[in-house]
Design a protein around this ligand. Structure first.
Ligand code: SF4
Length: 94
């Protein structure tokens, strides 16, 4: 049995900033995007399309800073920066 994403993310630590370092530039672009690729390529499930609200939510607190979304959105609709200094992910256990 493999571990869930939540169980795997529990092995790393975050210090979440109040302000997101990941910005969806234009929600209308997400609405027109057929495959919603960001809902699948992010290893931390940061992006989730909400069909009822017609928007992509961004759970930036879970970002492991892999940089995939910077390149993988076919519309380059994600503005990507590292978190502010002192914030973000830490790969030390405990
Ligand atoms: Fe997900 Fe990686 Fe983008 Fe963070 S940098 S939101 S972990 S794809």
């Amino acid at each position: 049995m493999s571990a869930s994403i939540e169980e795997r993310l529990y092995t790393i630590r975050y210090k979440a900033d109040e302000k997101s370092h990941l910005i969806v530039k234009d929600q209308d672009v997400c609405a027109r995007c057929e495959l919603k690729e960001c809902n699948y390529f992010c290893p931390s499930d940061v992006y989730l399309w909400h069909d009822d609200l017609k928007l992509t939510s961004v759970a930036f607190e879970n970002c492991v800073e892999c940089g995939t979304c910077r390149l993988a959105c076919p519309y380059y609709n994600i503005e990507w920066k590292y978190p502010t200094g002192g914030y973000g992910v830490s790969y030390k256990l405990g």
